[in-house]
Design a protein around this ligand. Structure first.
Ligand code: PLP
Length: 402
């Protein structure tokens, strides 16, 4: 008997990406002339670097619009190795250029997982990890720290081992460092110990390092160790979207990993995207080979501090420190059970987020999208004015909860 459902059981359950949905909320409120302080979407803003723009324009002018190697152009694959400082361990043949980091992650799931294999995420997984894993027929599980929130939801080696021992069909552990949404940064020692656990169990560690340049702590990015033990099990995912201004729409990402997995992903990619747009790849080469300009990171650090200053004393909220990325993570458990001026009870993070939007025009992402009920994520790539006025509006609205 044929199925009467028009959409597969798998995709029929998908909701659209919450963070992209926020973009449309902002558009509608603006069109209606309502105030909007936009802390929703995790997108860098400002002027595209002239070298990136010029390289993209030049590629079009020179007619570089023919099919390229599905693994990516040789120039960009080489540039990625240098950008990540990996020349001692990998060559361009270990790189796959993808349509954003999202596709690199999807390639990894498709290349490594058999149906119903388990994939482990950290405790507050970024919104698209689960749908991508499910679309690859894998079974996603978030590793919950035994310590609860006390170490800002960071997964310890013991947490990871507990989950690996309980789930023999685990294929990979995905670590997002720095972490979207929590803004936390695992130290080099923490990354190494998690990676060694993965090697011991023979599972991949997928390191999503998309925000790796946006680290405010001295010492910079804690690189994973690459040696004979770790090389077969480490897959790194990165891209253009976060470390430069206004590059999210370029849709360029990449993975770097061992030969066999990389080959499988290139085979796959040759059948479904044939690689991202060639002029975009040329623009990405310009970005990666130019000396990195830390101006955006300095500006984000200033915005982080501005938000902290103006969020001082925010009622019912505990604000976590942000050592990296551009997200402020708010524990709003103190709001739960309180009543709004119109008499509604706040039952979860979705309610806090909706209340802030409707009462104060403050756009946030509910922690529920990251499996963390009781939290909100605020992206501070917004204007200084929005940060100052938005915090004042949020303060006033939360102060009216009783
Ligand atoms: N990984 C993380 C942690 C992200 O925050 C994002 C985007 O927000 C992605 C992956 C996807 O990146 P891209 O836009 O390059 O596909």
């Amino acid at each position: 008997m044929q199925s009467t459902e028009r959409i597969s059981t798998k995709l029929g359950k998908f909701a659209p990406s919450l963070t992209l949905a926020l973009k449309s909320v902002v558009r509608h409120r603006r069109a209606e002339g309502l105030p909007v302080y936009d802390f929703g979407l995790g997108e860098t803003r400002g002027e595209l670097h002239p070298a990136i723009r010029a390289a993209g324009e030049k590629a079009f002018r020179e007619g570089r619009t023919m099919y390229a190697d599905p693994a990516g152009t040789p120039e960009l694959r080489r540039a990625v190795i240098d950008w990540l400082g990996l020349a001692d361990h990998y060559g361009p043949e270990n790189v796959v250029i993808t349509t954003g980091a999202k596709q690199a992650l999807f390639n990894v799931f498709l290349a490594t997982c058999n149906p119903a294999d388990c994939v482990l995420f950290d405790a507050a997984p970024w919104v698209s990890y689960q749908p991508l894993a499910v679309a690859a027929y894998a079974f996603p599980v978030a590793v919950l720290p035994l310590e609860g929130h006390s170490n800002y939801l960071k997964v310890s080696p013991a947490d990871l081992e507990r989950n690996l021992a309980a789930r023999p069909h685990t294929r990979l552990f995905l670590l997002n460092n720095p972490c979207n949404p929590t803004g936390q940064l695992y130290s080099a020692a923490e990354v190494e110990s998690l990676l060694r656990v993965c090697c011991r169990y023979g599972v991949y560690m997928v390191l999503d390092r998309l925000y790796w340049r946006i680290v405010y702590e001295a010492g910079g990015y804690p690189e994973p160790p690459i040696d004979d033990e770790t090389r077969p099990w480490l897959l790194q995912v990165d891209g253009m979207s976060k470390n430069f201004r206004s590059t999210g729409g370029m849709r360029i990402g990449w993975s770097v990993g061992p030969d066999d997995v990389t080959k499988a992903m290139i085979n796959l990619q040759s059948h479904y995207t044939s690689g991202p747009a060639v002029p975009d790849q040329a623009a990405a080469v310009a970005a990666l080979t130019h000396d990195y300009d830390p101006e955006m990171v300095h500006d984000l650090r200033r915005k982080r501090d501005l938000l902290r200053l103006h969020a001082e004393g925010m009622p019912h909220v505990e604000i976590w420190p942000t050592p990296a990325s551009f997200y402020s993570f708010w524990n709003v458990a103190g709001c739960l059970g309180k009543r709004t001026p119109s008499g509604e009870t706040i039952a979860g993070a979705d309610d806090v987020s909706r209340y802030l939007l409707e009462e104060a025009g403050v756009v946030t992402a509910s922690g529920r999208a990251f499996l963390q009920e009781g939290f909100l994520r605020l992206s501070f790539t917004t204007s200084d004015e929005d940060i100052v006025q938005g915090m004042a509006a949020a303060h006033e609205a939360l102060g009216r909860l009783i």
